[in-house]
Design a protein around this ligand. Structure first.
Ligand SMILES: *Cc1c(COP(=O)(O)O)cnc(C)c1O
Length: 493
């Protein structure tokens, strides 16, 4: 006999099978008991210390590794599966989607657009995304890691299509300075994309917003015309369908008109807001977004799917592909066999070659629940935001800091009228609210995050959570009032 050849497979599947069953059972119990646990808790130094252990040379075995997960990972995660997690913009995931991730891991496909089931699934999910948004059926699309990458892909197509010369081969030095226009509320991922595309961060012109945090369309026109007069080449307008700070939705119709009038590409960042299109009641708020040349949105935010899953849609398949296609013999589709192209070759529509099977969880999750369920959950979150805003407005010690057009509520504790930390003193209120938010998170009761609006520190509640109930917002308000009063009293002494 030759030396034993090795594999990562176990000698017997029985033990691993039993461990796998235990993991699945544990995770369902975890979901069942979410409410009994803190939303988040900080990792104690002794546990943190364990993450400095050296690279393992010998394996410790599967059961021990799972025990490490239970001891050092599970208790200290972000907590966005919890009903009272409302920080940043995070989805929850679901039991079925978790199982789909397990299946995707098991078959371990790289989804390239071959004649394989994974590619057929992704192509169908992209079709469903178009249908969900009421987007043109001839548009092209791609699943990507998230909206940052979706914005990047949309802007890469914009650059390739609208720069006015073959920028892909000749590079930016061969052409004029290109400029991009978005409101001051535009997400940082758009600036990152502009930087990565070589335009330079300053090519993103940030245009003023009104008190409703929607872009001033006339100011954008003026900025475009001034740049053009100065010899620059305006390339693209960004429309925001739900800003990260307050959920503000730009006048997307007016921006479509402006883009048409100026001959510019029109890209909409609809990270979470685009999903409001599922609801007939909410859809009018997005009017005009269907006129965009490209749109970016997330499936891991307001569609609640596990990370990572975002989507970009582009008006024309030819333009989308032209920005990323390349020639390589090893990737040329054949007419038969596995590499026969039956749908789009996904690698020619974005930066990735090897691509995970993120489509499976979306495909199984939408089939499991039906799209109408997602519509109802999105409407439920918008109603919960309105409810929270009512609670805030009904409490004289609280102050709403921005309109609530969708699912984001920004507010602060301002104390009793005439108290020593009256609303005149923003600096003291900012410090108080920052401390209040930290205490709230550290107590594990609820996790909102923060933002600063017009110099005022805001407790920011973004509701993309299918597990939240109205009573959770009662709890939040009661906690904020109780902690705010203690802090205000201490500050007054
Ligand atoms: C979250 C977000 C992004 C970035 O999306 P990721 O999925 O985190 O990459 C872009 N724009 C807006 C408005 C967002 O809320």
């Amino acid at each position: 006999v030759t030396a034993a050849e090795e594999t990562l497979d176990p000698e017997s599947w029985e033990e691993l099978r039993a461990l796998g069953h235990r993991m699945v059972d544990d995770m369902f119990s975890y979901y069942e008991t979410l409410r009994d646990r803190p939303v988040w808790q900080p990792m104690p130094p002794a546990v943190r210390e364990r993450f400095t252990s050296p690279l393992p040379v010998q394996g410790q075995g599967a059961p021990e590794v799972y025990q490490d997960f239970l001891d050092t990972v599970l208790p200290y995660v972000t907590g966005n599966t919890h009903p009272r997690f409302w920080g940043w913009v995070c989805g929850n995931g679901s039991g079925m989607a978790m199982l789909a991730e397990l299946l995707a891991g098991a078959i371990n496909s790289s989804v390239d657009g071959f004649d394989d089931a994974g590619s057929h699934v992704e192509a169908q999910v992209i079709d469903w995304c178009k249908a969900m948004l009421g987007w043109r059926p001839e548009a092209s699309g791609l699943l990507v890691s998230g909206c940052s990458m979706a914005n990047f892909v949309g802007l890469a197509v914009a650059r390739n299509t609208a720069a006015g010369y073959p920028v892909k081969t000749e590079g930016l030095l061969a052409g004029p300075q290109l400029t991009v226009y978005g409101s001051s509320e535009t997400h940082s991922s758009v600036r990152k994309a502009v930087q990565l595309l070589g335009l330079g961060g300053q090519a993103l012109r940030t245009v003023a917003v009104g008190t409703d945090y929607r872009v001033e369309v006339e100011a954008m026109r003026a900025s475009i015309e001034a740049d053009r007069a100065a010899g620059l080449t305006p390339l693209c307008i960004i429309g925001n369908a739900g800003t990260v700070n307050t959920g503000a939705i730009d006048d997307l119709d007016a921006l479509a008109d402006l883009a048409a009038e100026q001959g510019l590409w029109y890209h909409v960042d609809g990270a979470f807001g685009a999903c409001a299109a599922l609801s007939d009641a909410l859809r009018p708020k997005l009017a005009g977004f269907e006129r965009a040349d490209s749109i970016a949105f997330d499936l891991h935010k307001w569609m609640y799917f596990p990370y990572e899953a975002g989507c970009v849609l582009v008006r024309s398949d030819a333009e989308h592909r032209a920005a990323f296609r390349y020639d390589a013999h090893y990737m040329t589709p054949s007419t038969r066999g596995l590499s026969a192209a039956t749908s789009q070759q996904f690698t020619e529509y974005g930066p990735q070659l090897s691509r995970g099977f993120r489509a499976l969880k979306v495909w199984m999750g939408i089939k499991e629940q039906g799209i109408d369920k997602f519509r109802r959950l999105i409407e439920q979150n918008v109603e919960q935001a309105a409810y929270l805003a009512e609670l805030v407005e009904a409490a004289p010690e609280l102050e709403l800091l921005a309109d609530v057009p969708l699912n984001i509520v920004c507010f602060r504790y301002r104390g009793e009228q005439n108290s020593t930390i009256g609303a005149v003193d923003d600096a003291r209120l900012n410090a108080l609210n920052e401390e209040l938010l930290n205490l709230l998170q550290e107590s594990g009761t609820a996790v909102p995050s923060h933002t600063v609006l017009d110099g005022r520190y805001a407790i920011r509640v973004a509701i993309t959570n299918h597990r939240s109930r109205r009573a959770d917002f009662d709890t939040l308000v009661a906690e904020v009032l109780a902690r705010g009063r203690i802090l205000a009293k201490a500050a007054a002494q």
